[in-house]
Design a protein around this ligand. Structure first.
Ligand code: NAG
Ligand code: NAG
Ligand code: NAG
Ligand code: NAG
Ligand code: NAG
Ligand code: NAG
Ligand code: NAG
Length: 537
């Protein structure tokens, strides 16, 4: 069952990259002159490494593998390293792996080679050398990267599962376990193109804080919400929002109930995933953010809200008592050359209804991707995700330092989107009353997934229930057999006959040798297509 779960979870991980890999095709950057080019020579190696920003849709750093420098996407939502380039001298372990992405399949053999990442050197790092990219729908090289480094927990690494010992460990696991003098954390900032006030370069660090942002260490430590042991291949960097932890454009909390059975009342489970361009949120939340904007339209083919670009929308998340405002540029993005049916440019509601990445196992509610992560300096501490690291044995946690000040973001917005004239208070920009809110249509596929989730997310309880039932039945049988033997001696009378009548001769339980109930096989997950509206373009 374990391997079954793992192969399914691979599906879950892989959708993460679909968006990032596909968006740039449509991406456009703002007209000349207003770039924050801060990411160009951001930092020296001792302060981490620069993160390059492609169209606000991909964040990329260089690694060196077998002496070759390779730009790779930084992905906190997965845990494997793959490169689509030849690494001379790499050792082929003769095990092939296929990772399915919405852009195509990354297939190849697992190899090992020396890796340099930031200041760290790892010998014999396992990675997937993808030799055939013909099924990729985009030329990833033209987007500025030639591979991907997963920055998630080791348990999610497909290579690790395949090799089945520590030589297959994910990159960070290797770094943290060989270097027990450091703290097991990574941290990063993501730059924002098209924002004249963005002066924060994209930087990625291992085991050190970016100078000037030391305050992150005094931010609340947000515990990583751990998924069930049996499905730990699905473990992501996931945390709880506070109660009423999503503040909508009207300044009021957006109240949505969690699909995660273990989530405390009023709190939501959020995955922090730098591999997603657009955050994925419950449909009702997306509607609450955009559905009250005058002129908002839902594009059903692309499954996004579109709003006039001159509409300022505030949005904020609350974690550990701290409010994290999202820049209005990130709430409604002009990064994608979107035009409506009449050819008029519109902005895309970046907080998109979650469809393909919906968690059928009920493990999370929303995925906060790049459009959120640009607003925080993010620190991810692996703690005991790394088993053999002696110095940082605590629970994994997340710390977030807010980087967006919504007053200056407002000024920013007026300058860029409103040509310097603040019309945000006009009647034309007032939100519609809640009673006139538009709702986006839910697809049949989504409804089906929601029903499936209600069962699948409760599988540990169902399993326990089934086991209890089986034990009860076995107990009854044993009891009945004993009674019969007893009756044989005492004569055919008494309660034994009634008990036999209740159970009859046909056992009502499933024998243990038969296949487990459907919920345990999780058929529906394997059937879901994870089709992504953006993926086909
Ligand atoms: C980047 O490099 C240029 C010239 O090499 C220098 O003037 C500038 O200060 C550097 N910027 C940063 C942020 O280091
Ligand atoms: C990666 O390396 C190439 C070639 O050395 C360089 O041009 C590019 O700027 C580097 N990218 C980053 C994000 O450091
Ligand atoms: C381990 O960490 C220490 C301190 O950060 C550093 O000096 C050393 O080079 C690291 N070792 C390796 C093998 O990277
Ligand atoms: C590459 O993969 C495609 C299918 O994804 C296959 O049709 C093609 O033959 C492969 N090319 C090589 C050279 O293996
Ligand atoms: C850092 O945090 C301390 C205490 O929370 C605060 O007094 C100080 O102003 C902060 N500094 C910056 C640069 O945010
Ligand atoms: C973006 O839109 C403009 C017109 O609004 C068009 O000329 C241009 O080709 C588009 N770019 C892309 C990449 O679609
Ligand atoms: C800042 O955000 C809060 C809450 O989202 C909002 O009520 C307030 O109006 C915002 N301030 C500005 C200047 O946009």
């Amino acid at each position: 069952m374990r391997s079954h779960l793992i192969s399914l979870s691979t599906l879950l991980f892989v959708v993460d990259h679909a968006h990032a890999a596909i968006f740039p095709v449509q991406a456009r950057t703002r007209p000349n002159g207003i770039y924050a080019r801060a990411d160009v020579n951001a930092s020296t190696s001792s302060n981490g490494i620069p993160v390059q920003n492609t169209h606000n849709a991909e964040y990329i750093s260089n690694i060196t593998l077998g002496g070759v420098s390779i730009p790779v996407m930084l992905d906190t939502g997965s845990s494997d390293l793959w490169v689509a380039t030849n690494v001379p001298g790499a050792k082929d372990l003769g095990k092939s792996v296929t990772l399915s992405y919405a852009v195509g399949q990354a297939a190849g053999d697992i190899h090992t080679a020396q890796l340099q990442f930031d200041d760290y050197t790892v010998n014999d790092q396992a990675f997937l050398m993808v030799t055939n990219t013909s099924s990729f729908s985009t030329d990833i090289g033209s987007q500025g990267y030639n591979g991907l480094v997963g920055l998630g927990p080791n348990s999610g690494s497909v290579i690790y599962q395949k090799i089945d010992d520590s030589t297959g460990d994910a990159v960070l696991n290797r770094i943290f376990s060989q270097n027990s003098t450091s703290q097991n954390f990574i941290s990063f900032t993501l730059s924002r193109l098209g924002d004249p006030m963005d002066n924060i370069p994209g930087t990625f660090t291992i085991s050190q804080v970016i100078p000037g942002f030391e305050n992150i260490t005094s931010m609340p430590k947000l515990s990583v919400e751990k998924v069930h042991k049996l499905t730990d291949a699905d473990q992501h960097w996931q945390i709880y929002t506070d109660k009423n932890g999503v503040i909508g454009p009207d300044g009021e909390p957006i109240e949505i109930s969690s699909i995660v059975p273990s989530a405390p009342d009023g709190q939501l489970v959020v995955v922090l995933d730098s591999g997603f361009t657009l955050p994925q949120v419950p449909r009702a939340m997306s509607d609450a953010i955009y559905g009250r904007v005058k002129g908002a339209e839902f594009d059903t083919s692309q499954q996004v809200w579109t709003v006039p670009c001159d509409q300022l929308l505030n949005l904020a998340f609350v974690f550990g008592g701290v409010t994290y405002p999202v820049h209005p540029f990130d709430v409604a993005t002009s990064d994608f050359n979107y035009t409506d049916a009449n050819g008029n440019p519109k902005c895309i509601g970046a907080f998109q209804p979650i469809t393909s990445a919906f968690s059928l196992l009920g493990e999370y509610d929303l995925i906060l991707g790049m459009a959120f992560l640009r607003n925080t300096y993010t620190l991810l501490d692996f703690g005991d995700f790394v088993k053999d690291a002696s110095t940082d044995p605590g629970d994994p946690f997340v710390q977030l330092l807010p980087l967006t000040n919504n007053a200056s973001a407002h000024t920013d917005f007026v300058q860029v989107r409103l040509n310097g004239v603040d019309t945000t208070g006009d009647a034309a920009h007032a939100l519609l009353p809640a009673s006139q809110m538009q709702h986006s249509p839910e697809t049949e596929g989504e409804k089906k997934k929601e029903r499936e989730e209600e069962i699948l997310s409760r599988w540990p309880y169902i399993l326990v229930g089934c086991l209890a039932f089986v034990l009860l039945c076995v107990g009854l049988c044993v009891w009945r057999c004993c009674c019969r033997r007893g009756k044989g001696v005492k004569g055919k009378k008494g309660k034994g006959g009634q008990a036999a009548g209740i159970l009859g001769n046909n056992p009502v339980y499933q024998p243990l040798s038969e296949p487990a109930p459907p919920a345990m096989n999780m058929h529906p997950m394997g059937q879901s297509s994870y089709s992504d509206p953006y993926g086909r373009r």
